[in-house]
Design a protein around this ligand. Structure first.
Ligand code: 1PR
Length: 538
């Protein structure tokens, strides 16, 4: 249907815009990229997926003369959809890195969530919308969960009341979406919100007028606990990239051939888990600590192909560090991460390199700004940086035996030890380091991590439940979200971890790969136990 099917996209290249492109294409539309301010003024339908920091976004718009074009386009009530930073930039100003002026179309200041009130910042995950007025694109989604990832938000006030179409609650009520005439903007990510998100985008792409049906209002709700499917990937001995799964990190079969355990193909499995209702999918490239990931192009291809059909957040980890290849070409960790983001990752996860950075920080007390963790979170925001911790339990008779934080454990050690500390490891669990999981978690939070993926080598692949002592210790120590990982064997293990600890998400691998427990069974069980989850299936 000719021009109607063309969508203009304002992408200034600061993060993962691949998913929004994929979503627009899946919905049958072509994309025209904005090159000049005139492209904005000539657009029939404009999508602005803001990514990265507020100040950098404004700098880009101002330098290219696009700020003025954008204001004019919106003031003329032309069809517009801003996403995340694309909503925030419409306000007067933001407090991200001092006060920075925005486009000034909507009254209000974008401020940071207050973590001192017990709410973890960034606000990451599936939260429900409270519809405030008829808004064509949000019909039927009141009360449903959509995916948010941000540390800053705009607050409703009398001055901006007329713009607000929905709010969300996380500590305070904040503005989840705005609408005036044909101008829409959303704080959440429709391109990451599964089928609900795709239906929102579809309504925008097909909207003809501003006359809306009565919206469903839904009940007020809170942040859902996430269920994450994790795919450990590596090249097998034949050179194919496969999903594997270890027992306490050992991925070999222990047969005569001693081959790498092969549990399926990464792209197919990721797609399956999305359809089964996974709230997020993680890929961990488990041998990237020795094989350079940019030499490992199959992983980038896996990400690209996965992001074509998977519309929930994708995390990728493994090998994020500085590297010099055989030809003497030097790559920074930021280049590695950028390549992952360009290929479709929403978050990257750092293992070994974060341990070294935390050790140095604790030794010197100085934030150099040079570690991969600091550099990537400075450029892409801390919500895009996960630190993956691989601790191993070390039993103690007396907690004073070590300088690291030790806890009283629920199940005593082999010699009746009542305490343990959790020693961090690098290189896929091969080397223990002089730092505990507690010390590491606190240090990486200060260095800019936005989330912690907390594994436990002792529990990995055992199916006996998560290490509740460890997860409680870490989730109480930091104010960023913690993903509990390692050891899930049945749905009850998920409810246990959410009831006994402050984990924000729980991750499993083996039980999903071996088809022992479907993701929906986990969600049904959680819901029955009164734990809020995102209900829909893609
Ligand atoms: O150090 O930055 O290159 O990152 C390497 C990454 O690869 C780290 O995130 C590290 O956790 C991961 N990794 C390295 N070796 C292994 C291995 O298994 N040999 N996998 C590995 C980590 C643990 C979890 C697993 C859960 C749940 N696997 O990801 O999925 O334990 O399993 P379960 O539900 O079956 O119990 P770098």
């Amino acid at each position: 249907n000719g021009r109607d099917s063309v969508v203009t996209l304002l992408d200034y290249g600061a993060g993962n815009v691949r998913s929004i492109r994929n979503a627009i294409r899946v919905l049958g539309h072509e994309i025209k990229d904005v090159q000049t301010p005139e492209d904005i003024l000539n657009a029939d339908r404009l999508i602005f997926p803001g990514v990265g920091a507020f100040a950098a976004g404004m700098d880009f718009l101002n330098q290219k003369g696009m700020a003025e074009a954008l204001c004019k386009y919106i003031e003329n009530d032309r069809p517009f959809l801003g996403i995340c930073l694309g909503l925030q930039l419409l306000f007067d100003s933001s407090e991200e890195k001092g006060t920075v002026k925005g486009l000034g179309l909507i009254p209000g200041v974008v401020g940071r969530f207050d973590s001192s009130r017990g709410y973890r910042v960034p606000h990451i995950g599936w939260n429900a919308l409270q519809i405030k007025k008829d808004s064509e694109i949000l019909d039927d989604v009141g009360g449903q969960h959509v995916y948010f990832v941000h540390s800053y938000r705009a607050i409703p006030s009398n001055a901006n009341k007329e713009w607000i179409s929905s709010t969300c609650n996380y500590g305070d009520d904040f503005i989840a979406s705005i609408k005036r005439g044909n101008v829409h903007a959303v704080q959440f990510h429709p391109e990451k919100s599964g089928d609900v998100g795709l239906s929102i985008l579809k309504r925008f792409l097909h909207s003809k007028s501003s006359i809306a049906k009565r919206p469903t209002r839904g009940n007020a709700s809170k942040l859902a606990k996430r269920v994450i499917a994790c795919l450990d990937v590596r090249t097998n001995d034949k050179g194919d990239l496969v999903v594997t799964k270890g027992d306490q990190y050992d991925v070999r079969e222990h047969t005569k051939e001693n081959e790498v355990r092969n549990l399926g193909k990464p792209v197919e499995l990721a797609r399956q888990y999305y359809q089964d209702g996974a709230d997020e999918v993680s890929f961990l490239n488990i041998t990237a600590f020795r094989d350079f990931p940019l030499g490992d192009l199959p992983m980038l291809k896996v990400l690209r192909l996965t992001s074509e059909h998977v519309f929930v957040p994708l995390t990728v980890g493994g090998g994020i560090r500085d590297f010099t290849d055989a030809n003497g070409r030097h790559y920074t960790s930021l280049e590695v991460a950028s390549e992952y983001f360009r290929s479709g990752a929403d978050k990257i996860s750092i293992g070994s390199d974060a341990v070294y950075a935390a050790e140095e920080y604790l030794r010197t007390g100085v934030k150099t700004g040079k570690s991969s963790l600091e550099q990537i979170s400075r450029v892409y925001g801390n919500q895009a940086v996960v630190v993956s911790i691989d601790p191993r339990r070390v039993y103690l008779k007396d907690p004073k035996e070590v300088e690291f934080k030790a806890v009283k454990i629920t199940n005593p050690g082999p010699d009746g030890e009542e305490y343990a500390w959790y020693q961090c490891t690098v290189s896929g669990g091969r080397e223990g380091r002089p730092i505990g999981a507690f010390e590491l978690a606190k240090a990486v939070e200060e260095l800019g991590a936005g989330e912690i993926l907390l594994n436990c080598i002792d529990c990995d692949g055992q199916g006996k439940g998560f290490d509740i002592d460890l997860i409680k210790l870490i989730s109480d120590a930091v104010s960023i979200p913690v993903i509990a990982s390692s050891g899930a064997g049945k749905p009850e293990h998920f409810s246990e971890v959410f009831e006994k600890t402050n984990a924000s998400a729980a991750l499993a691998a083996g039980i999903f790969h071996r088809k022992e427990v479907p993701i929906q069974a986990v969600k049904k069980h959680l819901s029955k136990e009164g734990i809020e989850v995102r209900a829909n299936v893609a």
